[in-house]
Design a protein around this ligand. Structure first.
Ligand SMILES: Cc1cc2nc3c(=O)[nH]c(=O)nc-3n(C[C@H](O)[C@H](O)[C@H](O)COP(=O)(O)OP(=O)(O)OC[C@H]3O[C@@H](n4cnc5c(N)ncnc54)[C@H](O)[C@@H]3O)c2cc1C
Length: 443
């Protein structure tokens, strides 16, 4: 048993860090509890994958879908690509809460921008894919990024391995600010369950038995971590409606030397025009990402094994699908993520389009291989309206959830800005600055 806190926040990703920072700034006594350590050394290639659950290779659903999430201070922001998308209006409508104001505040504070054009001067494969799509009447949009170009190295593609230059903004920045404002941070402290007394949350129990007591507990352990904690704590209706935006990666090699995407950055451009009609976006990947896909999906490795000497010619496209919320996270950590017929049909359309673009961009037809089912946007498992109310509170008093698991359905675009902004609004609500009723979305 240790000292008491006003707020205990479980998890330091986009759900936990903003509210922790803003509460600490307001002078509240805050404890952040994080399952992972603070990895500082050997980020990037080749050791970066160790900050992913199961090294990125051993965390899969029962159906074999890869589920990527960062277990480290900063959570999955340490492994995200840093692409920035505003929440679609449907997110506000599903939640009955409008936080567009916070979206603008977060964008402004972090300094969202596209990369300067000289970052792309050397790119060959990427430009060929963009041109090929244009010829088909499809437009790639240059992406907004949480990246400071002055710290970023041209040709580096290590965003998803933990940026070794701190060029990519992660929630560690706000965790550190929270500590400067007086918050405490416990690392390598996996929360097992919530301490509930007299129907109220009173603290957290760490694996091994340590207890931290606090007046209010905010669970922000992500779309997989949060339901595990809540289920172990006896909450009902938790863990259902799981989605995670599965991605199929279409990998290829250019026919000619020097025409692949060697030393290019992945996900700098994306086709967004199918996100409403077919719920997918398509983005570019580098030769290095194509090689990494081979380690995750052996069919891709096998198909291109004899082509390994030509790996620098690699190029590819991913199709990221906003899937239907049909999966489930169980108390024992097992995950089920079946894809529905509609999911499969939509994904196939994206894969077919990607193959067409790659062929037009000069890919060797025999090199094309598809790595199926890799995803990293888990959510839906503690949905607002089902598990939490509009004050983010669960059926247990003073027990709140604020992370990807609260979003009832997949936003259909990478969700970090959505989650960061929602957490900022939640902080204002806890501080009594805003009430949920004042944020009803205008129909
Ligand atoms: C490879 C990859 C690329 C991505 N790229 C993008 C992108 O470009 N743009 C974008 O918007 N989004 C991207 N995402 C998605 C984005 O990173 C996540 O949606 C977002 O980080 C989710 O925030 P969260 O707070 O819900 O969960 P997380 O960020 O997963 O944070 C949860 C935190 O809780 C901790 N935790 C878990 N269990 C426990 C426990 N029992 N006790 C204590 N702590 C616990 C974890 O260690 C972690 O720190 C990407 C994700 C991945 C994996």
């Amino acid at each position: 048993m240790t000292q008491d806190y006003e707020y205990i926040i479980v998890g330091t990703g986009p759900g936990g860090a903003p509210v922790a920072r803003d509460l600490a700034k307001a002078g509240k006594k805050v404890l952040m509890v994080e399952k992972g350590p603070r990895h500082e050394k050997a980020l990037g290639f080749p050791f970066g994958p160790r900050i992913l659950e199961g090294g990125g290779l051993f965390c899969r659903s029962m159906e074999g879908v890869f589920i990527a999430r960062g277990i480290t201070v900063g959570g999955s922001s340490m492994v995200y690509n840093g692409n920035v998308f505003n929440p679609p209006q449907k997110v506000f409508e599903q939640m009955g809460l409008d936080f567009l104001q916070e979206v603008e505040e977060v964008r402004e504070e972090i300094g969202v921008r596209t990369l300067p054009s000289h970052f792309f001067d050397h790119c060959v494969g990427g430009k060929r894919m963009i041109r090929a799509a244009e010829e088909m009447g499809i437009h790639f949009r240059e992406q907004d990024k949480f990246i400071d170009p002055s710290k970023c190295k041209i040709g580096c593609d290590s965003c998803m391995l933990g940026c070794p230059r701190s060029a990519k903004w992660t929630t560690r920045a706000w965790v550190d600010q929270a500590v400067e404002y007086g918050a405490e941070l416990k690392v390598s402290a996996p929360v097992e369950k919530i301490l509930v007394e007299g129907g109220k949350a009173k603290g957290v129990v760490i694996k091994g038995g340590d207890v931290f007591r606090g007046d209010r507990v905010i669970v922000a352990a992500g779309g997989v971590g949060t339901p595990q904690i809540l289920l172990k704590s006896g909450l009902k209706n938790v863990g259902e409606s799981f989605y995670m935006d599965p991605m199929d990666i279409v990998v290829a090699q250019a026919k000619e030397p020097g025409e692949g995407a060697w030393k290019e950055m992945s996900f700098t451009h994306a086709i967004e025009e199918f996100k409403e009609s077919d719920h997918f976006i398509i983005g570019n990947i580098s030769a290095m990402a194509a090689i990494m896909t081979g380690f995750m999906r052996l069919n891709v490795m096998g198909k291109n094994f004899s082509r390994l000497p030509y790996a620098k010619r690699g190029m590819g496209l991913f199709v990221k699908l906003g899937d239907e919320h049909q999966g489930r996270v169980y108390e024992n950590g097992k995950i089920s993520k079946p894809l529905t017929d509609r999911d499969n049909k939509r994904m196939q359309r994206g894969v077919d389009l990607s193959k067409e673009i790659l062929l037009k961009a000069g890919a060797a037809p025999s090199s094309i291989a598809v790595g199926r089912g890799i995803g990293g946007h888990p959510g839906g498992t503690a949905a607002m309206g089902v598990v939490v109310d509009q004050d983010f509170m669960t059926q247990v008093r003073n027990l709140y959830v604020c992370d990807g698991s609260v979003l009832p359905q997949s936003p259909g675009v990478p969700p970090s800005l959505t989650i960061l902004s929602m957490s900022r609004l939640f902080g204002k609500m806890l501080l009594g600055k805003v009430m949920a009723e004042e944020r009803k979305p205008i129909a």
